[in-house]
Design a protein around this ligand. Structure first.
Ligand code: FES
Ligand code: FES
Length: 180
């Protein structure tokens, strides 16, 4: 076992993990962050996308030990004070999901895309989410949702678009060692 210290969705955790444990399995099985899903386990589908130090990564391609000392944001950490993130809201309003299985990863990839390019063309959106597969093939509405969110976010108060970590209720998670 290897001890890791990692911040996830604004809370600090210290845990012992097997060196071979994948980040996605650590998030789901040790932290209960089941909003991050596993679609393929072979780095193809992007359903497991989270942010590692602000960059979108497929968490089935990252070892938990590689997140030692890092800041991880999952789909469970992007809303604020009961308010959905603008990208979450846009997926809802523009019908950017069907079964919803790809949605957490699509949203995390889209937030990262918009942080880097707040005013993308449709082609740039498609390119930005090309690592994320939707088995329902709802790509048209996903692109519309990302464009809708981009418009909303450009009209919103200035920010870099990246998600700042949220504070969490540590009483609910016994192995939390600190919070934002
Ligand atoms: S589960 Fe990670 S890319 Fe499919
Ligand atoms: S909405 Fe079903 S996989 Fe994308």
């Amino acid at each position: 076992m290897t001890r890791i210290n990692v911040r996830v969705d604004g809370a600090s955790y210290q845990d012992d993990v097997e060196p071979r444990t994948l980040l996605v399995h650590y998030l789901r099985e040790q932290l209960g962050k089941v909003g991050t899903v596993v679609g393929c386990d072979t780095s193809n589908c992007g359903a497991c996308t989270v942010h590692l130090d602000g960059e979108a990564v497929k968490s089935c391609t990252v070892l938990a030990v590689q997140a030692d000392g890092a800041e991880v944001t999952t789909i469970e950490g992007v809303s604020r004070g009961g308010e959905l993130h603008p990208v979450q809201k846009a997926f809802h309003e523009m019908h950017g999901l069907q079964c919803g299985f790809c949605t957490p990863g699509m949203i995390m990839a889209s937030i990262d895309l918009l942080a880097d390019n707040p005013d993308p063309s449709d082609d740039e959106v498609r390119e930005g989410i090309e690592g994320n597969l939707c088995r329902c093939t709802g790509y048209q509405n996903i692109v519309r949702a990302v464009q809708h969110a981009a418009g909303e976010m450009r009209g919103a108060p200035a920010g870099d678009g990246h998600v700042a970590p949220a504070a969490v209720d540590t009483a609910a998670a016994p192995h939390v060692v600190g919070q934002a």
